[in-house]
Design a protein around this ligand. Structure first.
Ligand SMILES: [Zn+2]
Length: 317
């Protein structure tokens, strides 16, 4: 049997792995004491779990993405050396006393390139001579430019005190851009606009129309309920000043709100033939006691009872 390594897979994993180191280093800007909890390196995909007591906000995520990409464009050298563990410690490699290391370790360093690109020159200059230093036996690109590009696609909390970032590198970044472009084109068609630049404006207009229509519908509904309360057929008996049979499709929340205003100071029963009902009483009388006396079930509250009990239909006509 002959073992062979698929070069495209191998390069895809190298890109993701070196990017993981860069991500780890950038995270330390926000969480100086963080360390890796778990890490998955796949083909141009990386998943990095780290200790943190909070999620990163959108701005911080964008900044991390920007800086990792800048290190990629800066074409920084990735240097790999085996050395005694003491020497690695002197170089500044992070070590954790609870972990066991071999006497000889492999040190992966990403060196700050003097020709840092303009955008964040001050940041990179003020930082370390090394952009990243880690003990690692994995496979890496020789220069950060070989990662091509880096993008974070999700952030989640996976366990108490552990957050997870998932990111893409290399051609999968282009794939993500293509997917987003395709999504935008579909939205452009759906919204019937000329370009994606008009999507926000169109959405704002549709939302404005939606809220206006919703307000109109609510106002019409309120008017129709008021008219029903004023003109609908009413009965009374020894327990209730007002009994009304209400349509089954009525908005009970609005009905309840308006009936309280309209019939305040009376004992009132409003019910549908399906058995939904609202019962409220004059101040000082308990709606709960009255419902119990009539043998009706309900969510108990002293001022009002709102429930569904088919027995209520016996009080209608
Ligand atoms: Zn590594």
């Amino acid at each position: 049997m002959k073992l062979s390594v698929d070069p495209s897979q191998r390069y895809a994993k190298m890109r993701a792995h070196t990017a993981t180191h860069l991500l780890h280093a950038e995270l330390a800007q926000f969480f100086p004491d963080t360390k890796q909890a778990w890490s998955l390196v796949d083909s141009d995909l990386l998943r990095f779990d780290f200790y943190a007591d909070r999620l990163l906000n959108e701005e911080e995520l964008a900044l991390i993405e920007k800086r990792v990409n800048e290190i990629i464009y800066m074409a920084c050298e990735v240097k790999i050396e085996e050395m005694w563990i003491e020497d690695a410690g002197k170089l500044g490699a992070k070590m954790f006393f609870e972990e066991k290391y071999w006497d000889v370790v492999r040190v992966v360093q990403v060196f700050n390139n003097e020709d840092a690109c303009e955008q964040d020159k001050a940041y990179f200059a003020s930082r370390w001579e090394k952009l990243s230093i880690e003990l690692c036996w994995g496979t890496h690109v020789k220069n950060t430019k070989d990662i091509w590009a880096f993008t974070i696609i999700s952030q989640e909390a996976v366990a108490s005190g552990i957050k997870r970032l998932t990111a893409l590198t290399g051609p999968r970044v282009i794939e993500k851009i293509e997917n987003q472009s395709s999504l935008l084109s579909q939205l452009v068609d759906l919204y019937e606009v000329k370009s994606s630049a008009q999507l926000i404006e169109k959405t704002q207009k549709l939302l404005k129309d939606f809220w206006e229509l919703k307000a109109q519908v609510e106002s019409l509904e309120a008017k129709s309920i008021t008219s029903f309360l004023e003109n609908g057929e009413k009965k009374s008996n020894e327990d209730f000043d007002i009994i009304m049979k209400v349509p089954t499709d009525i908005n009970f929340k609005t009905l309840w709100f308006q009936a309280k205003q309209y019939f305040g100071g009376k004992n009132v029963l409003l019910a549908t033939i399906a058995g939904n009902y609202i019962l409220f009483t004059v101040a000082g009388n308990s709606a709960k006691t009255l419902a119990q006396k009539l043998g009706l079930k309900g969510g108990w509250n002293d001022q009002q009872v709102q429930w569904r009990d088919e027995k209520v239909v016996a009080f209608l006509w």
